[in-house]
Design a protein around this ligand. Structure first.
Ligand SMILES: [Fe+2]
Length: 418
């Protein structure tokens, strides 16, 4: 099929968003340490950030302690005896010791390991060893410092701004409405997680998850043949929606999928191997869990959505019911902690168990193909050999991030008088 036919069958994404422009964009946001410091202050210390899910703190006393380098902070999420989920700075009122080591756990009280100050699960100060040696302490004022915390669709968010400019619901806007009913909780019991420190800017890896335009190339050994096909050789998307800061696009499957050997065999012998398009087709069981935000065009050949939740989260919701979420946590302007979590349904048979486990490692291989290009891309951008990126029409979500982030940083620089 000629390229002109392809243009006729898929929407021209920029037609609806002419304000994005079509010119090249700068590599500066990926390589500048000064830009990164502005992102730290004006994006990461001002935005709502996902730190976990409610299922991770299901019972009273369950806690998460999370180091967030980009905010120069550690936070604690704790489920109280009253059932409330609260967020605090992970910092003791005595001498700022770190109350809980990073990780998850269950406790009756929170005790700082440095000098033993003890806090209740609601953050109030309970006890001070050798209290008589301190001077005029007002214990009612010395609880843990709360941090703005809210929940959407089971995801726990924090905001480092002492007075957030907007509530979580306003921050999420229509994106939150579109995806709010997605059954994230149905997959909470079957999750695979990978953590990788990458030598690249957080946006370099985020960009890789915001377009399926690279599938035929980066992923030609794995999923390239599932998606790319003669009628859609470059994986054009069915639709794309840009919200104020967040965005989503829908990707079709192939009508003539070339299945990787292993995947096809697993699907046939152990199905239903939910998720992978070829696997779903092979078993003839392509169940879909539509919510307003998944497959917005209701295309029967839909396979997966790519969502970008500003600033540092991408999510894929797959036909057949499962999702992948990527957290891009900046460590420095050229270093990122990438946490990928793949959520599957709870298996009900041994065959499903095998199939899901196979799909997890298959997904890991796909993700490693993405990793293989991002560090080299960062090196290229850092080299100074070229200073501009030339974005394709299908890379509209990458361009959208440039616009959103560019406007925030421009305002910050203007305020600095620079
Ligand atoms: Fe990829």
């Amino acid at each position: 099929v000629a390229e002109t036919d392809q243009w006729q069958h898929f929407p021209r994404l920029h037609d609806r968003y002419p304000e994005l422009g079509t010119g090249p964009v700068s590599v500066e946001p990926y390589v500048s340490a000064e830009h990164f410091e502005l992102e730290r202050e004006h994006i990461f210390r001002k935005s709502w950030l996902i730190v976990g899910r409610v299922e991770e703190v299901a019972e009273a006393g369950d806690y998460l302690a999370i180091d967030i380098d980009v905010a120069k902070a550690s936070v604690m999420i704790v489920r109280g005896r009253d059932g409330e989920i609260r967020g605090f700075y992970n910092q003791c009122s005595h001498r700022s010791g770190k109350v809980m080591r990073a990780g998850a756990g269950q406790c009756k009280l929170l005790q700082c390991p440095y000098h033993g100050w003890v806090y209740n699960l609601d953050g109030s100060l309970r006890g001070i060893p050798d209290e008589k040696g301190f001077f005029d302490l007002d214990k009612t004022q010395l609880g843990l410092t709360p941090i703005a915390t809210d929940i959407w669709a089971g995801f726990i968010f924090v905001n480092f701004d002492p007075e957030p400019a907007e509530m979580l619901a306003d921050f999420l806007g229509e994106f939150g409405t579109a995806l709010g009913d997605y059954p994230f909780d149905a997959f909470a019991d079957n999750m695979a997680e990978w953590r990788v420190e990458l030598n690249c800017n957080w946006k370099t890896i985020k960009d890789a998850f915001q377009e399926p335009f690279h599938l035929a190339f980066v992923h030609h050994r794995t999923i390239g043949g599932i998606y790319a096909n003669p009628s859609n050789p470059f994986n054009y998307v069915l639709d794309c929606i840009l919200y104020a800061r967040h965005h989503s696009m829908s990707q079709p499957g192939s009508d003539t999928p070339v299945e990787p050997q292993g995947l096809a065999k697993v699907a046939r012998d152990f199905g239903p191997a939910e998720g992978q398009h070829a696997a779903s087709l092979a078993t003839g069981a392509k169940e879909v869990a539509y919510t307003p935000g998944t497959n917005p065009t209701r295309n029967p050949n839909w396979d997966v959505d790519l969502h970008g939740l500003f600033p540092n989260v991408t999510m894929n919701s797959f036909a057949g019911g499962r999702y992948l979420i990527n957290f891009l946590w900046p460590l420095a302007h050229d270093r990122t902690l990438w946490i990928a979590r793949a959520y599957f349904p709870k298996p009900t048979t041994a065959g499903e168990l095998f199939s899901y486990e196979f799909n997890k490692v298959f997904l890991r291989d796909i993700l490693m193909e993405d990793v293989a290009v991002v560090e080299g891309t960062q090196q290229g951008m850092s080299s100074g050999g070229k200073t501009l990126l030339n974005l394709h029409e299908q890379e509209i979500m990458v361009r959208h991030d440039h616009k959103v982030i560019g406007e925030i940083i421009r305002r910050a620089r203007d305020a600095q008088g620079g």
